[in-house]
Design a protein around this ligand. Sequence first.
Ligand code: PLP
Length: 370
Amino acid sequence: MNGRGLERRLAPGELARSSYATLDLYEPGRAPVALDLSDNTNLAGVPPAASRLLAELTRPENAAVITRYPSLWAAELKEAVADYLGVPAASVATGCGSDDVLDSAVRAFSEPGERLAFPDPTFAMLPHLAATNALAPIAVPLTGSGLDVDVDGLLGAHARITYVCTPNNPTGTLAGGDAIDALLARADGLVIVDQAYAEYQGVQDGAPALARRAAVDGRLLVVRTLSKAFGLAGLRVGYAVGTPELVAAVDKSRGPYKIGRLAERVAVLALTEDRAWVQARAREVVEARGRFERELARMGRRPIPSEANFVLVPVEDAAAAGAALRARGIGVRPFRAAPGIGDALRISMAPWSILEPTLPVMTEVLRCAS
Ligand SMILES: *Cc1c(COP(=O)(O)O)cnc(C)c1O
């Protein structure tokens, strides 16, 4: 017989993977609130072409969109992503949100007990993905006043998978091109670059080029999402770009039927016909971010310069400040004792017409005593 048999009958409390005993459900604390600035989704709404199609697809004559299974591997979505980024469709994997793509990739490219290295702080799902996939998490603090990726620290982990997020959640800072070059040149295993916020990053900063590089660099997987700038978080659509070999491994790990038919149809249209809308809204958010950062400075705060649709603002007590804002109807994401930063609030950016009315409350809660 193959595999390892049990040596004794397990108690019900022992049936789950042993590492799950100390693992909490992912729960970032998002109780309903009048204005939710906690999750970096697009507060300008659903893109127009996507919105029109959604209304059409929910009519009774389109019932098959709901009653029938979707396509196995979301081939049309792969084509649409490929066209959006200028890569071959064989270089695109998709998933139920980029969380699912990341989870599939982590499972595909590592064995239990190996290492998953990532900067700290970064996307809160990383330690969680390490735990659910029985990997050892290696958190490497960002370094210096620029909160740079510690390339030597990450390489020193000799991890099976090295993850970098750029612009980074929650700091909004970029991993420099040099850092990514060095990781690709010297990492022992796979390098995953999460570009969830690429649409907010200046074009000259190389975001599209990195996705195209992933199509030919056999060590690089770029992961992106339609949950942020594209305004489709509720439909759960994410994707990865890599060589056809890497993409095939992600697809094996992911399994079939992960993109719902409704989600695929709407995502394809958004990627094709809503690009200009997405770009225009992203530009507005970048401009609103500049104004909001200046307002924070006026309150005596020093927000970390951001390249994404959120800002991270160091505060004395994130839990207290977050609760005070929440009590006044504004949800933000508190971070406790982040390496190199301390306590901080991550505040999602939005059209200025949404942010401006928050300024009296922000001032009341955030103004420095001095
Ligand atoms: C929001 C976010 C995602 C997106 O997750 P989805 O599952 O696609 O909604 C991925 N990575 C980072 C860093 C994020 O902030």
